[in-house]
Write a protein that binds this ligand. Structure first.
Ligand code: CTP
Length: 404
């Protein structure tokens, strides 16, 4: 099932429907999710933390200072692939709409970079009140998903709309969201540069590097798998892809890669520049083969255009720019400098000093540096897994900036 392997924070608020949440936790776990529960004080009147910790197999968190440190709200917000607030009372809905933050649940919500699903639960009169309607519209405008309320008997004894969706229906909603049919990057045009560039000296010689383009192709495929329409600007390499979501433009030189990238970037919402562009090219390209002479040959090199920096300059809100940094020394410091100087939203740092990482290998070990100072390290993984991790982070980033 599609919920399998997802990390889910379940937020429970004060509503009679909270009594159904141990069952919801059970169903989530049965579907393969890893669940952490956060409750409000009011929720504790309707469901016991002991039941929830027993079924979720983890302690239930209730206050910002729970756990070993105070910033568990940020950690949970970053950890989660999805946050589900079920039941969501009228009061909590108003807090979410207004950005209030007077309990752990609200703090996790504000810190969450993942999709948030809200299952409201209240009496029909509260549900149809214009204030509630306005709050629903507001939280929807923040990209949250509302799990439709059900019709039926309410706690007041009245029959009407406002019941929390049944746990089984919440699972169905989440499954369909996470199913392969729902692609979080659907409708996104993405540019990926990959491979080396060859800078010709004469018709038979060039300056190049050992890049194979494997990492970039893996990223192009991971983005396409999530629904993006990818233009892959690929330097000279034997690696290729036949993924149907990818259009490949083959180039040879840094100038050609620059021109191809500039031509498509305006129409893209995302660019991931993995190419190892030669920083320098011969100042003159000889049209004929340079003959051997006595003594040394001096080759004058001139700078290639920096594609990442150029895109960083023309980037507009709604465009996400990701660069790579391959470093051999002062890795974090240099990567941080690249993030800022090239105006990227994320830099993927790989170090040649890590065994199994870098050019030609099928594995890579990276640290993601984010614009807010966050650094996310990953263990040695296959390039496909690294591409998946980078793609997940891109999706989270785009949700956080409400651009999806
Ligand atoms: N890059 C680019 N165009 C260039 C050089 C680099 O688009 N002419 C991009 C790479 O694709 C990568 C990032 O910039 O995403 C960093 O590349 P790297 O070669 O590590 O950094 P440089 O800026 O070239 O700096 P240095 O070589 O001094 O480390």
């Amino acid at each position: 099932m599609s919920i399998k392997g997802k990390k889910i924070v379940l937020g429970i608020t004060g509503s009679i429907a909270a009594y159904k949440t141990p069952h919801l936790v059970r169903l989530l776990i049965k579907a393969g999710a890893d669940v952490r529960v956060v409750i409000t004080d009011a929720a504790a009147h309707f469901v016991s933390a002991l039941s929830l910790s027993t079924v979720s197999k983890h302690p239930v968190l209730a206050s910002v200072s729970d756990g070993a440190n105070w910033n568990n709200h940020v950690e949970l917000g970053l950890w989660a692939d999805a946050m589900v607030i079920a039941p969501c009372s009228a009061n909590t809905l108003a807090k979410l709409a207004g950005g209030l933050c007077d309990n752990l649940l609200a703090a996790v919500y504000l810190s969450a970079r993942c999709p948030v699903f809200i299952a409201p639960a209240m009496d029909e009169d509260m549900w149809i009140h214009p204030a509630t309607k306005a709050n629903i519209a507001k939280v929807k405008s923040y990209n949250n998903k509302i799990i439709p309320v059900a019709h039926g008997e309410l706690a007041s004894g009245l029959v009407g709309e406002g019941r929390m969706a049944e746990p089984e229906d919440i699972i169905k909603y989440l499954s369909s969201y996470f199913s392969d049919d729902h692609k979080p990057l659907a409708g996104i045009n993405a540019l990926v540069t990959a491979g080396p560039t060859f800078e010709r000296i004469d018709p038979v010689r060039f300056i190049g590097n050992f890049s194979t383009g494997k990492m970039g192709i893996a990223i192009a495929e991971a983005l396409a798998e999530k629904g993006a329409l990818v233009t892959l600007v690929l330097g000279p390499t034997h690696e290729q892809t036949s993924h149907k979501g990818i259009t490949t433009i083959k180039v040879e030189t840094g100038d050609e890669m620059y021109n191809a990238s500039m031509a498509v970037f305006n129409d893209c919402q995302l660019a991931v520049l993995t190419a190892a562009v030669a920083d320098y090219k011969p100042a003159m390209r000889s049209e004929v083969k340079i003959k051997k002479q006595d003594g040394d040959l001096n080759l004058l090199l001139t700078k290639n255009k920096d594609i990442l920096a150029a895109l960083g300059k023309i980037k507009v809100p709604g465009q996400t720019l990701v660069g790579f940094a391959l470093e051999t020394n002062n890795e974090l410091e240099n990567a941080q400098l690249k993030l800022e100087s090239k105006n990227a939203d994320m830099i993927v740092l790989n170090s040649l000093s890590d065994t199994g990482a870098g050019f030609g290998h099928d594995t890579n070990k990276v640290i993601l540096l984010m614009r807010n100072g966050e650094k996310i390290p990953f263990p040695l993984m296959t390039k496909k897994e690294v591409a998946g991790a980078i793609t997940e982070q891109i999706i989270k980033l785009r949700y956080a900036t409400e651009t999806v």
